[in-house]
Design a protein. Structure first.
Length: 94
């Protein structure tokens, strides 16, 4: 579960594609007491105050980053954390 992983690692984590209309990912970022940067999972759990989370639309991110130019080539983006999970694919014209 990405929320648990974010807490254990102390860093932002993305969820798997939602399988809903846009296959959005969710990004979860733990927020700690007084800007603390705890070093262990136990300390992170003790200092946790809440979460910042946002839907992350991979297609919009790629469009904003590459200005639609990726449409000329086949582009695939994978999450290789636990195998090869496809996050984004374009069809490519040439």
């Amino acid at each position: 579960m990405p929320v648990q992983a974010a807490l254990e690692r102390g860093e932002a984590c993305l969820s798997a594609p939602s399988g809903t209309r846009d296959d959005r990912l969710m990004m979860f970022v733990p927020v700690y007491r007084n800007g603390d940067r705890p070093r262990t999972p136990a300390a992170r759990e003790a200092s946790l105050q809440g979460w910042v989370y946002l839907p992350f639309d991979m297609r919009r991110y790629v469009d904003a980053s590459l200005g639609g130019e990726y449409g000329k080539v086949g582009l695939r983006i994978f999450d290789t954390t636990h195998g090869d999970r496809l996050l984004f694919a374009s069809q490519g014209d040439g």
